[in-house]
Design a protein around this ligand. Structure first.
Ligand code: NAD
Length: 490
């Protein structure tokens, strides 16, 4: 593999707003800075959209809507397939870009390119499978036709932690369904989306079908877009707090909404678990993305009979994780996204210790440029500790114990979140009971990562509404129409 120049990759990223097929500066001329979290250095400035730019992007999406909705499904699918190929061709640049703007180790950025690209391939195949139903009503007096139609212009808001995959997970099903969109990436990591948008243009995206606005004033720019009666759909991935605010705004226009919000995943290790499997999975579920994933294991709940051995084995593994800039060979713990994230991880560990927990490894911010926090293990975490109720979003592994299955389930469900749970047991019947009893939209049974383009990703409770990926994913961008016509023999 040839070494890529960081500067060359950054230079290849468009620095404007994509509106109606053209790249343009913000109307105000303002720009926003993007920093490398491993050094704190500004790596690029891009356009900083204002309200008028958001409105122009929506105008473009609305104007392009009817023609895109009428574009044959096969053509829509083929555009996505070409986008998939383009991402493969540029996988090293995209991976490096993600590491530069977000900080995750390069190997993980490469894995995200694979994962993110899969949504393009999956939905290229789904575009041609939009179907309906035809049948008689029960009385035999009429024929019922059920058909599916693009919902219309969409507003797609993405977070900073998976810069490619969170974008493709929304853009691909919208395109497949025949919807046009305005995409608003996180201001901390807009570069990957801008690069990807250029790839879409390169493979033949018609003007206005996908528009991109980068902005440092997300609330100001988004409010009028969401309030515009021409918008039909809001899809958001981010924190539960912002999601709730957006749901309130979306109520004004009774918008279709998809909300992929925060998580507080329990990681249950029963005393009959294969600890080799559980420890391997714990490393993935906790340290992937430097702990900054909605699906990250947040609460390790371990049966008291195996807690000692599990803690010892997992701590040994955590001790050997190399920390550094994500571009360095072998690094497994990169920086957190910013200083605030380091502060939050530190505060959660302090609170847990104040309430009786013990730090067995790490527990400090790292003295070096950028925003680093040590890979950390905390045990004996007591009920009522903030670390059990809040998303850690950092490399901190927090362990508590339980005495029996009923207590394990009760502790696992003791949260307003319900995104994903992880269960480790060798007893199939127990695993099946957990599917019934754990209040989460997804579950890993003896595995530590569940994400897959073919699966319906999403949560229950305050982790969100709607599903992304799988055969369910395209349905979020389709509305259902029922038509009745008299019985043709009457
Ligand atoms: P965030 O809620 O702060 O921001 C998410 C996006 O919303 C960003 O683009 C941001 O600019 C934008 N935003 C913020 N305020 C807004 C407003 N008032 N109006 C419109 N847009 C606004 O979240 P984050 O810090 O970027 O991401 C981390 C969060 O995302 C975590 O809570 C994590 O669990 C969640 N997340 C969930 C999933 C999932 O699929 N469930 C996936 C990844 C991340």
């Amino acid at each position: 593999m040839t070494e890529l120049s960081e500067q060359a990759v950054l230079d290849a990223v468009p620095d404007g707003l994509l509106i109606g097929g053209d790249w343009r500066p913000a109307g105000s001329g303002r720009t926003l800075e993007v920093a490398d979290p491993a050094t704190g250095a500004v790596i690029k400035t891009v356009a900083d959209a204002g309200v008028e730019d958001g409105a122009a992007a929506l105008d473009a999406a609305v104007a392009a809507g009817p023609a895109w909705a009428r574009t044959p499904p096969r053509e829509r699918g083929e555009l996505l397939r070409r986008a998939f190929e383009a991402v493969q061709q540029h996988r090293e640049e995209i991976a490096l870009l993600m590491t530069l703007e977000m900080g995750k180790p390069l190997a993980e950025s490469r894995a995200e390119v694979t994962y993110g690209a899969e949504f393009l391939r999956w939905f290229s195949e789904e575009a041609v499978r939009i179907s309906g139903r035809y049948g008689s009503n029960g009385e035999g007096t009429g024929r019922m036709i059920v058909s599916h139609h693009p919902v219309g212009p969409c507003y797609l808001i993405t977070p900073w932690n998976f810069p490619l995959a969170m974008a493709t997970r929304k853009i691909a099903p919208a395109l497949a369904a025949g919807c046009t969109s305005v995409v608003k990436p996180a201001d901390l990591t807009p570069l990957t989306t801008l690069f990807f948008a250029q790839l879409l243009v390169d493979v033949g995206l018609p003007a206005g079908v996908v528009n991109v606005v980068t902005t440092s004033t997300a609330g100001e720019v988004s409010g009028p877009v969401i309030a515009d009666p021409r918008l039909r759909k809001l899809s958001f991935t981010g924190s539960t707090a912002v999601g709730k605010r957006l749901l309130q705004q979306a109520a004004g226009g009774v918008l279709r909404t998809s909300m992929e919000l925060g998580g507080n995943a329990p990681f249950l290790v029963f005393d009959d678990a294969d600890l080799d499997v559980a420890v391997d999975a714990a490393m993935l579920a906790k340290f992937r993305n430097v702990g900054q994933a909605c699906t990250a294991a947040n609460r390790f709940l371990v049966h008291e009979r195996v807690a000692g051995e599990f803690t010892e084995r997992v701590t040994e593994r955590v001790r050997s994780l190399p920390l550094g800039r994500g571009t360095e060979k072998g690094v497994q713990v990169g920086p957190l996204i910013n200083a605030a994230a380091v502060g939050k991880a530190g505060a959660l560990v302090h609170d847990a210790v104040d309430r009786g927990a013990e730090v067995v490894l790490g527990g400090q911010a790292v003295e070096r440029p950028g925003s680093f926090y040590e890979a950390t293990v905390v045990t004996g975490v007591r009920r009522g500790s903030d670390i059990l109720s809040q998303e850690i979003f950092g490399p901190v592994l927090s362990i508590s114990t339980f005495a029996d299955e009923a207590e394990g389930v009760r502790l696992a469900n003791d949260t307003e979140y319900g995104l994903v749970s992880y269960v480790f047991t060798s007893d199939l019947a127990r695993g099946l009971r957990m599917i019934d009893q754990l209040e989460t939209g997804m579950m890993g049974l003896n595995v530590g990562v569940v994400s897959n383009a073919g699966a319906p990703f999403g949560g229950v409770k305050q982790s969100g509404v709607g599903r992304e990926g799988g055969i369910e994913g395209i349905g979020e961008y389709l509305s259902t129409k029922y038509t009745l016509t008299p019985d043709p023999y009457a």
